[in-house]
Write a protein that binds this ligand. Sequence first.
Ligand SMILES: [Zn+2]
Length: 206
Amino acid sequence: MARPTKVQVAAREAAKLAASEPQADQPIATEQADSVQVLLPQMTTSDLLTIIATMQKQLMEQQRAQTEANKALAEAIMDSRKPYEDPKKKINDEIFKKQENLLTAQQKANIKAAQDQCEHIAGCNQLSEQKDLYGKTSIAWHRGDIGQVFGVCTVCQRIFHQDDPDFQKWKRMPSFNKMSASGSRWVSDPVAAQQRSRLKDSFLSE
Ligand SMILES: [Zn+2]
C-alpha cells in the first residue's frame, strides 16, 4: 500500500476538523435538538399533519374551556346582582295565597247561599221593617242598548239573565222598582253583541 502523499494527509485532517466542528448556521446540539434531528428525517408529511391537527385540537379545547369559564363567571356576576330572597318568604307567600283562595271561595259560597235563600221580594232583607204587602219584587230591571233585558235583586245582588230558567217567572211579577233603559244602538249581530255586553258579577264570575 502506497504511503499517502502530503496533500492526501492534509485533506483528511481538514475533513476530520470539518466533521467535528459545529456548523455556523446550526444551533449547538442539545439533547432535545439531537432527538429532533434524529426524529425529523423519519417523519412523513402525514405524521406532521397529525401532530399539527392534534395541537390545533388541544388549542380549540383550551379555548372552549376558557369560553365556558368566562360564561360561568358572567352568570355568577349576574346572579350576585339579584337581591337575596329568603326561602322562608316563598313558603309564607304560598301559605298566604292558599288562605286567600280559601277565604275567597268561602265568600263566594256565602253569597251564593244568600242569593239562593233570598225571596227577591221588596223588604225581605232582615234589616227591613216590613216586606212589601203586594209581593212586589226587589228586582231592578234594565233594558240594554241592544234590547237585552236583565234584572238585579237589590237585596242579594243576584243577576237575572234572559236565559235563566226562572227569568220569565220573576219578570212577570210586578217590581218595586221602575224599569230603566239605555238608548238603542244598531248592531249587525245582536245575539253576539248581547253576549259581549252580558252583565257579570265581577266577584262571582272571576
Ligand atoms: Zn234577592
